[in-house]
Every structure is written in structure tokens, then in C-alpha cells.
Design a protein around this ligand. Structure first.
Ligand code: HEM
Ligand code: SF4
Ligand code: SF4
Length: 535
């Protein structure tokens, strides 16, 4: 059992069936949506829909009459008399709220299927759980304000549900079954709740992203505009409308439920209020305990070598999880600092090693000791393997393939003319290693990244792109022949796509002149300088 849990917890996208299925979904979405793929920005879309619901909610509030007689009338008047704007605002408010449920549900499923809930991610996961309740409460509260037959049903169902708990001395439901029991004060309370609960949701959303550096809270422009246009189209096709006014003297008949928020309410009658409490509490408990029950094998965290740290803070800037802080150097000149890793926050991704200026393989001396390194894959071991591999490569065109433990497996591409390396994350690759390989006998360097927007550690792909494009330190030097460096996006299970990218790269390299190894400033091993017999 524990073994099965550990396997599940290992969560390597490469191994899990669920993650492979996810990769297939991503591929399909990528084909349809290209740069505006919502699948890569579900959390950001959650924020986006929240802001739309907030902005439209403010507008609705201006016209809302907070009274038993005025609530229905004011909402209905806004919908009918101001259909061209007020009506659209109401529809946007409703559909954005529904869309938020969908994106948050998909976000949860995606994180779960990717195994991103335990280990250092426990906080992100656990802080997401109360958001589900707050989101549900925000939506249900909104339906009460309309005070139509649907609101009447919602009020009675929720009251009966709450009455199943020993909270109130008088049954709450009594307030909604006797004509005259509902008064203006109740509407003031409902408005207060419908503002207060979403505010608590917003506060929770900010807490939720506290441990995520550069959180993706704004969808790319193309996605934002196309999503907004889709909401407008839905508002035109299915405008939000009220039922008949609430009448406590009679029971509501046919109701059009909003299944995104109100689906659990019929269950209260189909099962029982107690059963729905058990289901809701059970699901919450399972979600909340998941990170602590399903444990991830503990990975060694990044380690700083103060003697090789110059305090440049690149690791601090690039860490996706805020696990690096800069501290004043003891006994050093004022302003001098060094990096410190907070182990509890570290994802063991190695992106900091890729960022460190000391991680250059051109450094002379025996061992390559960098400022911040990964004990499970020290940068010195990567250089040593690269040197060995470059010395052994044969064939017409020699390729070094760098990949990542979380993307397509690179092992299958290895051959006499292809040396493969699987790093902890592709963001761990210092660009100087590319130059080093090209200077020491490789004709080309292929870099297998995860699919765009799906880096297991969020930012590895982006930082690599920026470093290669010269927009982020450490940069790939402009003197490096760009045509000899190629990126291939290949997620878990996409080994065939990686193999075709490699084949295409080989063809391109054959069309180029061989790449003669050049003398290196690093004299240590004299490696690859023997590799003169390029095809
Ligand atoms: C209102 C609801 C929610 C919103 C708006 C939201 C938004 C976000 C955002 C913006 C991020 C950062 C994404 C990135 O930059 O890579 C994030 C991360 C995350 N969320 Fe949520 N989230 C919500 C609910 C949830 C729920 C219900 C769960 C699960 C129970 C969850 C689990 C996670 C996890 C595990 C991460 C970290 C992912 C990583 O480390 O790669 N979220 N969320
Ligand atoms: S990137 Fe390297 S040198 Fe710069 S602060 Fe971090 S550990 Fe120190
Ligand atoms: S290994 Fe990753 S999470 Fe840990 S300090 Fe380095 S960049 Fe940050």
C-alpha cells in the first residue's frame, strides 16, 4: 500500500498514467487554442473571472434596492429596462461566476493528476481547499439577492441544510416558510454577506499564491480578450433572467437551477441534509489531508557554497518558489550578501544552479564548485559526464541532447552520435554548457523542454528561453552559432515527437559545415580536443 502511495506521490509526470492523459489533453488544447490555451492558465483565469464578477457586481449594486419589496423589482428592472447594459452586466456577472467554478475545478483536477499536492507544495494545496467553500458560498449568496422563486428554494434548502447542525436554537428554515417572516434587515445581511464572502475569497486567493514566485494571475492578452468575447457571446445567447417573484405562501414549482453552484441543493432532498454534510465534510477532509497522507519521497534541497557565491542574487530572482533569500555576509563589507536556501520551501528543481554565474563549465581547477548546487545532481557531475560523452561521441554529426526528468524521456535517443542528459528541470541548464558542448566536439545541441506553459516547476522553460534569447542572466553568448542550438517541446510520453525533432535536427546539421572543436581556455582535461575527426 505504502509503495503504491509512494508511486503516486512520486508524481513524475513521466510515470503516471493520469499525467500522460493530461499531456494528451494539453496537446489537444494546444492544437485548438495555440498561444491562447486556457489549460496553461487555469489559476490566472480563476483570478480573471473573479475580477469580472467583481466589476460587474459593483455596477449591479448601484441599482440594487436592499429591501424585501425592492430587491426583485430592482434586479428585474435592470434586466429588462437596461437590457443593453445592465442586462449584459448581470449576465456577465453570472457567467463569469460560473466560469470561475469550471476553471477552479479543472485547476484542482490538473494539480491532482500531476501529483502537485504534497511535499513543498502542501501549502499551495491546503490553502486552496477553503477557497472551494468560499467560492460556493459567494455564488449561493448571490442567488438569494434576486429574491425570486429560485432564491426562495435556495434559502429554504440552505436553511434546512444548516438546521441539520446543532447551531441555532430556533430552526432557521422557519424564516423562509412563513409569509411576513422575511424583512428588510435580512436583505442588509445578505448584501453584507455577498460582499464579505467574496472579499474573504479574494484574501484567501492571495494567501494561496504566497509561496509561488511570479504567480501567473493574469492570463495572456489573447486569452483574456477571447475569453471576454466568449462571455459576451454567452451573455447574448443566454441572458441571465429572474424567475417569478418569491412567494412564501406557495412552494416554487419548475426551477432552472444553476448547476455550477446549486447542484448540491437537490441532493439535500434526494438524500438528506445530514448525508450532504457527511459528503461535503468528507470530501474536504480527504482533500485537506491528501498532502500529509500521500507523501512524496524527500529530495535533497539546494545547497549554497558561500565561498563560491558572489551575492549576485540571480538564484533569488529565478527561484520559482521563493526558497532563496539573500542575507548579509558575516564580517563582510556593508552591502555584501550571500544566498541562503529555506529547505521547507525548496522544490529541488535546480533552477538556481542554472542561474548561478559560478556554474560555468569553463572554470579551470579540479572540481566545479558552484554557488548553489543540487546534491543529487551536482553541476560538477554534469560537466564530468559531458566531457566523457564528448570524448566518446562518434559519427557524422554529434549531438548533445539535454532534457528534463519531467518531460519526454531522453534515454531512448541515446546513440553513438547522441549523448543524452536528463536534468532535474531544464531551467537547471546553464547556457554556458551549450557553448561548452559546441566548443568541444558537438555539432549541435538539442534541448528538450516540457510543453510550453507546462514546466513541472513553472518557470524552467521561460527562464531558459530568456537566457537563450539574451534577456536574462546568465545569457547564451552572442558568439554561439544559434543554428546549432534547437529547442524541442516534448512533454511526458512524447518520446516519439522528441525522436522526430532529433531526426530533423540531424538533417539540418548535415546541411551545415562540421563544427570543429576549438581550443578551450580550460586546460584541465584536454577533453574533446582529440575529437578532430568530425564527419
Ligand atoms: C479561487 C480558487 C483558486 C484560484 C484563483 C487559484 C489560483 C492559483 C494560481 C494563480 C496559482 C499559481 C499558478 C502559477 O503561477 O503557476 C495557483 C497554484 C496552485 N494551486 Fe490554485 N487556485 C485556486 C484554487 C485551488 C484549489 C482548490 C487547489 C487544490 C485544492 C489549488 C491548488 C494549487 C496548487 C497545488 C498550486 C501550486 C502549483 C505549483 O506549485 O506548480 N488551487 N493557484
Ligand atoms: S546565483 Fe550563485 S552567486 Fe549569485 S547569489 Fe545565488 S548562489 Fe550566489
Ligand atoms: S532548487 Fe528550485 S526551489 Fe530550490 S532553491 Fe533552487 S530554484 Fe529554488
Amino acid at each position: 500500500m505504502q509503495q503504491a502511495l509512494d508511486r503516486l506521490a512520486a508524481g513524475s509526470p513521466r510515470s503516471g498514467g493520469a499525467a500522460r492523459a493530461l499531456a494528451a489533453v494539453e496537446r489537444a488544447f494546444d492544437r485548438v487554442f495555440a498561444a491562447a490555451n486556457p489549460w496553461h492558465h487555469l489559476g490566472a483565469l480563476g483570478f480573471f473571472f473573479f475580477w469580472i464578477a467583481t466589476a460587474t457586481g459593483f455596477y449591479l449594486y448601484i441599482f440594487f434596492d436592499t429591501s424585501i419589496d425592492g430587491a426583485y423589482r430592482s434586479v428585474d428592472a435592470l434586466t429588462r429596462e437596461q437590457w443593453y447594459f445592465g442586462g449584459v452586466m448581470r449576465s456577465l456577472h453570472r457567467h463569469a461566476s460560473d466560469a470561475m467554478v469550471v476553471t477552479v475545478a479543472l485547476h484542482l483536477v490538473k494539480e491532482l493528476a500531476s501529483g502537485r499536492y504534497s511535499g513543498f507544495r502542501w501549502f499551495s494545496w491546503l490553502s486552496g481547499v477553503p477557497l472551494l467553500w468560499l467560492l460556493a458560498a459567494s455564488g449561493v449568496g448571490g442567488y438569494l439577492l434576486v429574491w425570486d422563486e429560485l432564491a426562495q428554494f435556495v434559502a429554504i434548502a440552505v436553511a434546512e441544510w444548516l438546521d441539520a447542525l446543532p447551531l441555532f436554537s430556533d430552526p432557521l428554515v422557519r424564516n423562509f416558510v412563513q409569509p411576513g417572516a422575511v424583512n428588510d434587515r435580512l436583505f442588509t445581511l445578505l448584501v453584507f454577506l455577498h460582499v464579505g464572502v467574496p472579499l474573504a475569497l479574494l484574501a484567501g486567493m492571495f494567501v494561496h499564491i504566497q509561496r509561488v514566485n511570479y504567480a501567473d494571475v493574469t492570463p495572456p492578452r489573447a486569452l483574456a480578450w477571447s475569453t471576454f468575447a466568449a462571455l459576451l457571446a454567452i451573455a447574448a445567447l443566454a441572458p441571465a433572467a429572474s424567475h417569478a417573484p418569491a412567494d412564501l405562501a406557495s412552494a416554487p414549482q419548475a426551477l432552472a437551477l444553476d448547476w455550477f453552484y446549486l447542484a448540491p441543493l437537490p441532493l439535500i432532498y434526494a438524500l438528506s441534509p445530514q448525508a450532504v454534510w457527511w459528503l461535503a465534510a468528507g470530501a474536504t477532509l480527504v482533500l485537506a489531508l491528501l498532502p500529509f497522507v500521500v507523501r512524496r519521497p524527500v529530495e535533497p534541497v539546494a545547497r549554497v557554497d558561500i565561498a563560491n557565491c558572489n551575492g549576485c542574487a540571480r538564484c533569488f530572482a529565478d527561484c520559482p518558489y521563493g526558497a532563496v533569500v539573500m542575507r548579509a555576509r558575516a564580517g563582510g563589507r556593508p552591502g555584501r550578501q550571500h544566498a541562503v536556501v529555506i529547505p521547507a520551501l525548496c522544490a529541488s528543481c535546480g533552477i538556481c544552479t542554472g542561474a548561478c554565474p559560478s556554474s560555468t563549465p569553463f572554470r579551470s581547477g579540479g572540481r566545479l564548485v558552484t554557488g548553489i548546487d543540487m546534491p543529487q545532481q551536482p553541476i560538477d557531475a554534469v560537466r564530468a559526464r559531458l566531457e566523457r560523452a564528448l570524448g566518446q561521441l562518434t559519427g557524422e554529426r554529434r549531438v548533445v541532447l539535454f532534457g528534463c526528468d519531467h518531460g519526454a524521456a531522453v534515454a531512448g535517443c541515446a546513440g553513438p552520435d547522441v549523448a543524452v542528459f536528463s536534468l532535474l528541470c531544464i531551467g537547471m541548464l546553464p547556457p554556458s554548457f551549450i557553448e561548452y558542448a559546441l566548443r568541444h566536439g558537438a555539432d549541435g545541441v538539442l534541448i528538450a523542454t516540457c510543453r510550453r506553459g507546462e514546466c513541472a516547476y513553472r518557470l524552467g522553460n521561460s527562464w531558459l528561453d530568456e537566457r537563450l534569447a539574451g534577456g536574462r542572466e546568465p545569457r547564451l553568448r552572442p558568439s554561439v552559432a544559434r543554428e546549432r542550438v534547437r529547442l524541442a517541446g516534448a512533454g511526458p510520453g512524447e518520446e516519439a515527437a522528441l525522436a522526430s525533432a532529433l531526426a530533423a535536427f540531424r538533417v539540418a546539421l548535415v546541411a551545415m559545415r562540421p563544427n570543429p572543436p576549438r581550443p578551450s581556455s580550460r586546460k584541465r582535461s584536454g577533453l574533446a580536443l582529440t575529437q578532430q575527426e568530425t564527419g
